[in-house]
Design a protein around this ligand. Structure first.
Ligand code: FRU
Length: 482
């Protein structure tokens, strides 16, 4: 699997469709796979939803709930889910256009619209439509990218079948690789110090090259969407995740709000593909290949500095209910160097949720060693995470984390700038799975997510400090039991 697609809540279920190859475990024959959940944590995979056909593969896109039957697909008493996706012409043709399919049975079966494509400009790289209802202008808006031109285009429609071009946004940065998977999300910037709360439109796009981690990743821009065009000051942007493996994120449409679980009440929730096109096909996981990040609830916070705001992403709170305590480490000094913790290990369950509070040495670094190799193998396998007080950054180093693909920068250290809080304490959370780590500041303002593929026996855990003593204030390790 790769990108999440068609994320929508409908009739009590969160749907997750995804780019899926029904015939193999490397990219190809792209179709939409399907899974559903009621809590965004436990997922049930359903049969293939939208298969490729002899003319087109089914690339990424979104789903809307057509409550007013604007497209006319629903009969009396029915509500149609309408998928808007990119048809990518089968080789040797080189054409991408936007197409529709609809479902009248809660997403279980899909009918491709006979009038496809609904938007075709004859372009070879024109994809990943995200459609939403824009209430002030009472019409559908589509944002879609001309990938090679690194340009997002906005279109409007009253019936999902006919689309009118409104405006373009981008390119914005020299050196960006192609643009993919746009999203446009309104979020509330909270009131503060006399400044009233207001709506900020956040535009997200993934760049194939030029991401700060040295490969691909997502950027968000903070601006305004007036129903026709998106505008953002040139400096008003940030990286979504500082790791090499968070891509193609998409947000849920039709979130239930007050009709749903209050714990999941957020203005927006998204997840991303926790992987990277450069080496996805090499990572030796089985029987799956490709995985999603955990769903993240989105909000904005105010910050100092010229942008004045930042994206906050919090893991869905239901994870806490799955926690089984494995280890609580009493407060201690971490002397310069490293030491392993004597602990039972996670057993067969490799999903861990770790919270740690550290006071780093003022001129040094400190943190945790994760998935450390067996003593007889010299403990050489390890993933290092921590805080570098000199750079003012969280970091993750997977140079010795286990399997390394051919792409040399995979083995490296990624930094995420994050100023030391006023009380000097670095509070981190780590969400580990068999082959991934999502590292975040506990306040959700800074994320660094990457894949790791350690050996099966690499289950050790350690503390380390460099250039001085650190203080470990708190370390709690939980197993996450589904
Ligand atoms: C992003 C992407 C999309 C495209 C899909 C094809 O990962 O390249 O632009 O629609 O994957 O699988």
């Amino acid at each position: 699997m790769n990108d999440p697609n068609g994320l929508v809540w409908f009739d009590g279920e969160y749907h997750l469709f995804f780019q899926f190859n029904p015939h193999g475990d490397v990219w190809g024959h792209m179709s939409w796979g399907h899974a559903v959940s009621t809590d965004l944590i436990h997922w049930q995979e359903l049969p293939l939803a939208i298969p490729e056909d002899p003319d087109y593969m089914i690339f990424s896109g979104s789903i809307v709930v057509d409550k007013d039957n604007t497209a006319g697909f629903a009969g009396p008493g029915q509500t149609a889910l309408v998928a808007i996706y990119t048809g990518a012409a089968q080789a040797p043709r080189s054409l991408q256009n936007q197409q529709l399919a609809f479902s009248l049975d809660r997403g279980r079966t899909w009918v491709k619209y006979a009038g496809n494509p609904v938007l075709d400009i004859g372009a070879a790289s024109f994809r990943d439509p995200k459609v939403f209802w824009h209430a002030p202008s009472a019409r559908w808006i589509m944002v879609v990218v001309l990938s090679e031109l690194r340009r997002a285009r906005f279109y409007a429609s009253s019936d999902l079948r006919h689309w009118r071009h409104l405006s373009d946004f981008g390119p914005t940065h020299d050196g960006d690789g192609i643009w993919e998977c746009p999203d446009l999300i309104p979020l509330t910037l909270p009131a503060q110090d006399g400044a009233a709360a207001r709506t900020v439109w956040m535009f997200k796009v993934d760049v194939f090259e030029n991401h700060v981690a040295g490969s691909s990743g997502a950027r968000v821009y903070f601006g305004d969407f007036d129903g026709n065009a998106f505008h953002a000051p040139a400096h008003a942007w940030q990286w979504v995740d500082w790791g090499m493996d968070f891509y193609a994120s998409a947000s849920w449409s039709n979130l239930p709000g007050a009709d749903g679980d209050p714990a999941l009440a957020a203005e927006a929730i998204w997840l991303g593909w926790l992987d990277n096109h450069v080496y996805a096909k090499e990572l030796p996981t089985a029987p799956w290949r490709g995985q999603m990040s955990l769903p993240r609830m989105l909000s904005l916070c105010r910050t100092e500095g010229p942008v004045g705001m930042a994206l906050v992403q919090q893991p869905v709170p239901g994870l806490r209910a799955l926690r089984q305590p494995l280890l609580t480490q009493a407060a201690c000094v971490i002397a310069s160097g490293e030491r392993l913790i004597d602990w039972p290990g996670p057993g067969e369950h490799r999903a861990l949720d770790i919270e740690v509070e550290l006071i780093p040495p003022p001129q040094g670094s400190c943190g945790l060693l994760l998935r450390v190799g067996r003593p007889e193998a010299g403990l050489s396998e390890r993933t290092v995470v921590g805080y570098d007080a000199v750079r003012g950054a969280l970091f993750l180093d997977r140079s010795a984390s286990g399997f390394l693909p051919a792409f040399a920068p995979y083995a490296g250290r990624r930094h995420a700038p994050w100023p030391l809080p006023a009380d000097g304490v670095v509070r981190l959370r780590l969400l580990l799975d068999s082959s991934s780590i999502e590292l975040l500041s506990l306040d959700g303002s800074c994320w660094l997510s990457e894949r790791i593929v350690p050996g099966a026996g690499s289950l050790g855990l350690g503390l380390w400090s460099e250039q001085g003593e650190a203080v470990l204030q708190r370390l709690q390790v939980y197993r996450l039991d589904a």
